[in-house]
Design a protein around this ligand. Structure first.
Ligand SMILES: *Cc1c(COP(=O)(O)O)cnc(C)c1O
Length: 353
């Protein structure tokens, strides 16, 4: 892999839990270009510096772009691990297909990521709860107006040392059930990690924040009845001993943390089902006292306990506003594998060589 070195390295922030999320970026990035004639080419590592784009570039007008979110963890023996990266590359190519972006070679980007992580090892924080967040992205770079798929693209990977995703760390979050705005619908782009999904969700997010909530809990677009997910996390509920998560019906992002949690639950013999779950069922369970736990899963937020949901003006407290037992077990199992503190029976930990 070609590496273009920079003359001066950046000043690093304190690499501890004061990092917050997504505020600092490392010295280097991986880039690769696509043109119709040459395909994907020119893979290299170069200084992470501002790049110039013509203002008529497709991405600025039509949001033809996709991204991924992964994390690298420093292991007790000093090596670097990444959690299930092959799953992210596969999902990114599925998102690419949905957005008419050409398929990319996963071996080239994996090699680019490995080289980048080795070069940026000093940026990986080691404090508990911290990691080096990895943001692979593809943007359409052709300079032309008109709603057609671009013929040129830029693939890049930038890195950001991070602490916890929520300002209040592992404290349970407060979610507002949104019954007006919708995030996505079947046949739409909710299954793809594409840029426009996040722009479309901001209005509801802002209104929820103004009312003191951390995030929005989305319902399905057709009936506004079934639970979908939270903007950056998949949802799980524990009702009367059964763990339930919404089935992947086409409008929900197929999370890798979600898939990993389902596997862990099955292996521990805890009943888990992927099915439709209505907000009425959740609210009824809360009223009957059988809603034992609720949590969200995602690379950025890991396993995040939900302490309260509000639906149609009424508050429902969950698990006394504390982290429940199953939530705790999943948090420890997943982070144990990620940080190299426990065995990895699934082979989810990819050590960078
Ligand atoms: C990325 C994302 C998730 C979580 O997916 P992971 O693979 O677990 O990180 C969930 N929902 C949405 C909308 C997302 O963008």
């Amino acid at each position: 892999m070609k590496i273009i070195k920079r003359e001066q390295l950046k000043q690093k922030p304190a690499l501890d839990n004061t990092l917050g999320f997504g505020k600092y970026f490392t010295d280097y990035m991986f880039t690769m270009k696509y043109t119709k004639e040459a395909g994907w080419h020119d893979a290299k590592i170069q200084p992470n510096e501002p790049v110039q784009f013509d203002l008529a570039t497709t991405i600025f007008h039509y949001a033809q772009g996709i991204f991924e979110g992964m994390k690298a963890f420093l292991q007790p023996d000093g090596t670097i691990s990444v959690f299930r990266p092959e799953e992210n590359w596969a999902r990114m190519n599925r998102s690419a297909d949905r957005m008419c972006i050409p398929q990319f070679p996963t071996d080239v980007v994996q090699e680019g990521l490995d080289e980048l992580l080795k070069l940026e090892k000093d940026w990986i924080p080691s404090a508990p709860g911290t990691a080096l967040y990895i943001r692979p992205t593809i943007v359409a770079t052709r300079v032309m107006l008109g709603v057609h798929a671009s013929t040129e693209y830029l693939f890049f990977i930038i890195l950001s040392p991070v602490g916890s995703y929520y300002a209040h760390g592992l404290e349970p979050t407060r979610l507002l059930v949104e019954d007006f705005y919708v995030r996505s619908s079947i046949g739409g782009t909710g299954e793809a990690k594409c840029l426009g999904n996040y722009a479309a969700s901001m209005k509801a997010g802002e209104e929820a924040e103004k009312k003191g909530f951390d995030q929005v809990l989305w319902l399905d677009a057709q009936e506004k009845k079934y639970i979908e997910e939270v903007g950056s996390m998949n949802m799980f509920f524990v009702i009367d001993g059964e763990v339930v998560t919404p089935a992947l019906v086409g409008s929900i992002l197929p999370g890798i943390t979600r898939k990993s949690c389902i596997q862990v639950l099955k292996d521990k013999g805890i009943p888990v089902s992927e099915r439709r779950i209505s907000i009425d069922e959740v609210v009824e369970a809360a009223e009957k006292g059988t809603l034992e736990e609720a949590f969200g899963t995602g690379t950025a937020a890991v396993i995040s306990p939900v302490g309260l949901i509000q639906y149609r003006g009424k508050d429902y407290e969950i698990c006394g506003g504390k982290m429940g037992k199953i939530t705790q077990m999943l948090y420890e199992t997943i982070t144990g594998i990620q940080y190299g503190k426990t065995a990895d029976p699934y082979g989810w930990r990819k050590i960078v060589k």
